[in-house]
Design a protein around this ligand. Structure first.
Ligand code: HSE
Length: 395
């Protein structure tokens, strides 16, 4: 192991899918002067792909080691990750994390702690795994020309939807495959319910528009309620259903953000983003669209983003959150969407009342749907009242 003065010593928390991926990737990147000095794991008796003398169950072996300059936090538990992040910053260490839930829930405090302790927190691996989207938002889209950012930001749900569409696999089989491949969260409802995509959207919002909001303020609709009727509807029209996160500026200098399934047509860029891949479109005032594409989950794609952050620390890189110093864009739900909503007969009257305008209705013996215009604020209320509804954006 390389331990000369220019070597960055790392204390790694977590040795699961991504932690082990990082260990392997570092081993294959000899040009980078980094050394994993210690690895903190929760359960020392657990079977691991490799057994290393670096393992410890005592977090202070990392946090109190003055030779460790960087804490890399790759654990699953967002609360434990938050505790480690705070302790590491207080102890003067830089932090690299891929924990999107922790980042989304504590963005404001993370900004504050970085200022107080003068140590950076980097998290490219938290959003779209292999796609370098945060660094691009920070460095390239650092002015206020960015109008919109939208994309497929969750690999598991894209894998599930692709499998259902292409191979006629059942939802549960596809989910199980996504879990076996190491794409899904240990609580898969975070993926299927659109929560993971929302956490990523909140991180993107901070860098794209300088807007910080709490997760509960943003609507997330997942894919867990999708049924045969809408899958068949999409097939007949030649559409695909994709889970899309989006945030855009409105004319009144507000920002709208939400996550929901959407019908995507063949001419749209996101149509071709299948399986575990993610795709993000940045829409800018004078340069039209730029499209980012890459693997959105899995050990190595995430580890390579984490490694890029570690590498960036070797030249003192930190996020500057430039947008926050420019203009303040509050969140608005005062926009109208075209929606497909499937429901059961007994709710027909009350659900129809949420629409501003009904464009199409359909009914068979088992279920019915309405396509029509609804305000985003109303949709939020509708989902709170009827969480079991299947809703797809049909703009
Ligand atoms: N569960 C996440 C996903 C992992 O499927 O995208 C990568 O963040």
């Amino acid at each position: 192991m390389n331990t000369d003065k220019r070597t960055l010593n790392i204390g790694l928390f977590g040795f699961g899918c991504v932690g082990y991926g990082l260990y392997s990737v570092i081993g294959k990147t000899p040009g980078l002067k980094v050394n994993i000095k210690r690895i903190c794991i929760r359960d020392e008796s657990k079977e691991r792909p490799v057994k290393l003398p670096l393992f410890t169950a005592d977090k202070y072996k990392i946090l109190d080691d003055p030779d460790i300059q960087v804490v890399v936090e790759l654990i699953d538990d967002a609360d434990a990750a938050w505790e480690i992040t705070q302790l590491a910053l207080r102890k003067g260490k830089a932090v690299v994390t891929a924990n999107k839930k922790m980042l989304a829930e504590h963005m404001e405090e993370i900004l504050e702690l970085q200022k107080i302790h003068g140590r950076p927190v980097l998290y490219e691996g938290a959003v779209c795994a292999s796609i370098p989207i945060i660094r691009n938002l920070e460095e390239y889209y650092d002015n206020d020309l960015l109008q919109k950012i939208e994309g497929i930001v969750n690999g598991s749900t894209n894998y599930i939807l692709s499998k259902i569409n292409k191979d006629n696999t059942t939802y549960l089989n596809a989910l199980q495959e996504a879990q076996e491949l190491g794409y899904a969260e240990s609580n898969p409802l975070l993926d299927t319910g659109g929560f993971d995509a929302k956490y990523k959207l909140l991180i993107l919002l901070a860098h794209a528009f300088g807007t910080i909001v709490k997760p509960e303020e943003i609507l997330n609709i997942g894919i867990q309620n999708l049924g045969d009727l809408e899958i068949q509807f999409a097939r007949e029209k030649g559409y695909k259903i994709k889970l899309i996160a989006q945030a855009y500026r409105n004319e009144d200098e507000t920002v709208t953000a939400f996550v929901a399934p959407q019908f995507v047509k063949p001419h749209q860029q996101l149509y071709a983003v299948d399986d575990v891949y993610n795709g993000v479109i940045a829409e800018s005032a004078f340069s039209e669209n730029q499209f980012f594409y890459g693997r959105g989950a899995g050990a190595f794609p995430t580890a390579s983003a984490v490694l890029s952050d570690i590498s960036a620390l070797t030249y003192q890189y930190k996020y500057e959150y430039k947008k926050m110093k420019q203009i303040h864009y509050p969140i608005s739900t005062d926009v109208t969407l075209t929606l497909f909503v499937r429901f059961s007969q007994e709710h027909e009257k009350s659900i129809a009342g949420y629409f501003e305008k009904i464009e199409e209705t359909y009914s068979n013996r088992n279920s019915q749907f309405i396509i029509g215009k609804m305000q985003l604020g109303k949709l939020k209320q509708l989902k709170e009242t009827y969480p079991e509804l299947s809703v797809i954006v049909a703009n």
